[in-house]
Design a protein around this ligand. Structure first.
Ligand SMILES: [Zn+2]
Length: 273
């Protein structure tokens, strides 16, 4: 998947593939100028936006993989934010704390079950309570596995409900994280700074902040959307209420920010396929 960037030298629109690192070294196809695009966006945001775009374009089944990956990467983001936030309250050096975190994550990186364990403890330590949503139902695990591993063809309605539950969970946890999220974003800035230091003279640096389904929070402008999900009174008793609430939340976010995702098509808003 790629996104449009505008050459700082000649204004030509070059399409660039999303890089895992959020760092994109670009050579303009028209004038040959070199520039580097730093995308201030977390992986889970990119993935969720890609899923939403796929859903809007009618690729419901394909969207599921992106939403599922967005949730996994968000849980990692939470662990990183919570860990770095704790370290910030001590005398620990940020770089040392980040290195310890990266080293620890390597032990769990290839197994999502281990990552869930990391998340559960990070949540307990930060919030002082059980992450009650870490159930197969709360995570939509059965639906996800049916679609991704067993080739099930989901209806659009089912995928929208899944997207809504993932959106509501991330939205709630981002709200709980509050300013804590900034600690994980600082880690991304460090990656950018390290790459910046290696760039030769003559390379123009471009920082971009793409709006998307979760972006409003970044700028501290909380919309009514950011009200946390109301907790269920008892397990199961308000499932229908919760589901309706999640779907309303997701639909409002789509109405408010969905058009922003046209960015994936073209900077000028024209569809290009
Ligand atoms: Zn150019």
């Amino acid at each position: 998947m790629d996104f449009p960037t505008v050459c700082p030298n000649c204004a030509h629109e070059n399409r660039v593939e999303f890089a895992d690192s959020s760092v994109h070294d670009v050579t303009c196809a028209r004038c040959g100028a070199q520039y580097c695009v730093f995308l201030r966006k977390q992986k889970f945001e990119v993935l969720f936006d890609l899923g939403t775009r796929a859903l809007m374009d009618g690729y419901a089944r394909e969207a599921v993989a992106s939403f599922a990956a967005a949730l996994e990467r968000f849980l990692e983001f939470y662990v990183r934010a919570a860990t770095l936030e704790r370290a910030a309250d001590t005398d620990a050096d940020f770089s040392a704390a980040l290195a310890a975190l990266d080293g620890t994550w390597r032990h769990v990186a290839s197994q999502s079950e281990r990552q869930l364990g990391m998340f559960a403890l990070a949540y307990l330590l930060r919030e002082g309570r059980e992450p009650e949503f870490l159930t197969p139902q709360g995570l939509g695990t059965d639906f996800r596995n049916r679609v991704i591993h067993r080739g099930s063809l989901p209806t659009r309605v089912d995928v929208e409900a899944y997207a809504a539950s993932v959106f509501a969970l991330i939205d709630r946890l981002l709200t709980e994280l509050g300013s804590g999220a900034a600690h994980a974003e600082l880690a991304q800035e460090q990656v950018f700074a390290a790459h910046l230091a290696t760039l030769p003279d003559g390379v123009t640096v471009v920082f971009e902040e793409h709006p998307g389904m979760f972006r409003a929070r970044r700028f501290g402008t909380l919309s009514p959307l950011s009200k946390p999900l109301k907790p269920t009174t008892e397990a199961g008793t308000r499932v229908n209420d919760v589901r309706a609430f999640q779907e309303a939340l997701f639909r409002r976010a789509l109405a408010e920010r969905g058009t922003l995702l046209d960015r994936f098509k073209s900077a000028s808003g024209r569809a290009e396929r």
